[in-house]
Design a protein around this ligand. Structure first.
Ligand SMILES: Cc1ncc(COP(=O)(O)O)c(C=O)c1O
Length: 367
C-alpha cells in the first residue's frame, strides 16, 4: 500500500539527536535556539519561538496578539479543529466565514461583513500548503486595526511572490510527523513584532523571564533539544522535500482526469502538504483506490462548526455551504517526497481508472 504520508528520518537526524542526548542537555536549550534562528531566517522574520506543537504555537500566537476573553477571531470552518479550539482556549469566540470554492482557503470577500467591535484578529489557514490571500487579508487587518494570525501549520516554505508564509502577520507552524518538515511533535511562532515574540516566550515558560520569578500565569509549551535536533536536520532538507512535492503535484496536475483540484493562485508557491482532489461517490472512490494499493486521507470530513463542542456552543444552525460540501467531497492522495516515480504512476493510473468508473465530479453542481 502506498501510504498517504511517510516521514523520512536519516543519518543526519540520528546524529544530531544522539549528540543532544549524549550532551545531557535534553530540555529547551541551545538546539532550540539554533532552530529558532534558522527558522526565522527561512521564513524571513526577525523572531521565531519554538513550541511543543502547532496547537500550542497557535495558542501562544493568539495570546501574544492580545486575544482574550470577550474577543472575536475570524477564521474558517474548513480546517483542522485546532485553528478554532485554540481561540476558545483564550476565552475568545471564533467567528466563522466560509472558504472560497476555487482555492479552499478563506473567502476574503466575506471577511469584512464578519467584523464587529469585538473582533480582535483574523486567523486564515494556508490549507494544504497554499497560502491564503495574505496580502488582501493583511490590508483588511491593518485598516480595521486587527491582528493577523496565520495558521501556517501546512505551509512551510510556501510563498506569495518572494514573501513566505508565516511572514505576513504572526505565523504558526506545526512540525507533526506528516508535515513538510517534522520535529516529532513541535511547532513555531514567527513574527516581526518583538512584543508578540516576547509575550509568546513568556507564556511558553510559566511567565518566567528570570528563573522562579513569574510575571504572569503561563504554560509549559517548550520544545526539547532532542526535538529541535530532528528539526535542524529536517530544515536543511525542507527545500528538497518541497521541490519533490511540487514536482509530483505538477505531474498530477497534468495527468489526472475527471477530478477537481483547488486552483493555485498566480504568483503563489504552493508546497503541497496535501494534494487534494474533489470526487463524486467518495466512499467508493476510497475503496477502489485501496484495492489498487493507494492510501488516501480525508482533510477534513466534518467542518469545525459541526463538531460536538461547537454544536454545544450553539454553532449548529450556522451554514457554510462551500465548507460543508467540500467536507463530503475532498480526498487527499499521496504526494510526499519519498514517493518513487513508479508509485506516482500507480497513483495516477488508479485515480484515472476510478474517476472513469465512478463518473467525473460536476463543478457546476456546487453553486
Ligand atoms: C491546519 C492545522 N492547524 C493546526 C494544526 C495543529 O498542529 P499540531 O498537530 O502540531 O498541534 C495542524 C496539524 O495537525 C493543522 O493541520
Amino acid at each position: 500500500m502506498i501510504p498517504i504520508a511517510r516521514p523520512q528520518m536519516g543519518d543526519e537526524e540520528k546524529e544530531l539527536v544522539w549528540s543532544a542526548m549524549s550532551s545531557g542537555a535534553l530540555a529547551q536549550g541551545a538546539r532550540v535556539r539554533e532552530l529558532e534562528e534558522r527558522f526565522a531566517d527561512f521564513v524571513g522574520v526577525p523572531h521565531a519561538v519554538a513550541t511543543s506543537s502547532g496547537t500550542t504555537a497557535l495558542h501562544l500566537a493568539l495570546i501574544g496578539s492580545d486575544v482574550g476573553s470577550g474577543d472575536e477571531v475570524i477564521t474558517v470552518p474548513f480546517t483542522f479543529f485546532a485553528s478554532a479550539s485554540t481561540v476558545l482556549f483564550t476565552g475568545a469566540r471564533p467567528v466563522f466565514v466560509d472558504v472560497d470554492e476555487a482555492t479552499f482557503n478563506i473567502d476574503v470577500a466575506q471577511i469584512e461583513a464578519a467584523i464587529t467591535p469585538r473582533t480582535r484578529a483574523i486567523l486564515p489557514v494556508s490549507l494544504y500548503g497554499q497560502p491564503a490571500d495574505l496580502p488582501a487579508i493583511a490590508e483588511i487587518a491593518e485598516r480595521h486595526g486587527l491582528a493577523l494570525v496565520e495558521d501556517a501549520a501546512q505551509s512551510h516554505g510556501a510563498a506569495i511572490g518572494d514573501r513566505r508564509s508565516g511572514s505576513w502577520g504572526v505565523g504558526c507552524f506545526s512540525f507533526y510527523p506528516t508535515k513538510n518538515m517534522t520535529t516529532g511533535e513541535g511547532g513555531m511562532v514567527t513574527t516581526a513584532d518583538p512584543a508578540v515574540a516576547d509575550r509568546a516566550r513568556l507564556m511558553r515558560e510559566h511567565g518566567m523571564r528570570v528563573r522562579y520569578q513569574h510575571e504572569m500565569v503561563g504554560f509549559n509549551f517548550r520544545m526539547t533539544d532532542i526535538h529541535a535536533s530532528i528539526g535542524l536536520a529536517q530544515l536543511t532538507k525542507l527545500p528538497g522535500y518541497n521541490a519533490r512535492r511540487r514536482h509530483i503535484a505538477a505531474r498530477y496536475d497534468r495527468e489526472l482526469q475527471g477530478v477537481i483540484t483547488p486552483q493555485v493562485q498566480p504568483g503563489v508557491t504552493h508546497v503541497y502538504h496535501q494534494y487534494t482532489i474533489r470526487v463524486s461517490r467518495r466512499d467508493e472512490f476510497v475503496d477502489r483506490l485501496k484495492e489498487q494499493g493507494v492510501g488516501t486521507g480525508i482533510y477534513y470530513p466534518i467542518p469545525v462548526h459541526r463538531q460536538k463542542p461547537f454544536l454545544e456552543l450553539g454553532y449548529g444552525d450556522q451554514r457554510f455551504p462551500v465548507s460543508e460540501r467540500l467536507c463530503g467531497e475532498v480526498l487527499s492522495i499521496p504526494v510526499h517526497p519519498s514517493l518513487t516515480d513508479d508509485e506516482v504512476e500507480t497513483v495516477i493510473a488508479a485515480v484515472n481508472a476510478t474517476a472513469a468508473e465512478l463518473g467525473p465530479i460536476q463543478a457546476a453542481a456546487t453553486a
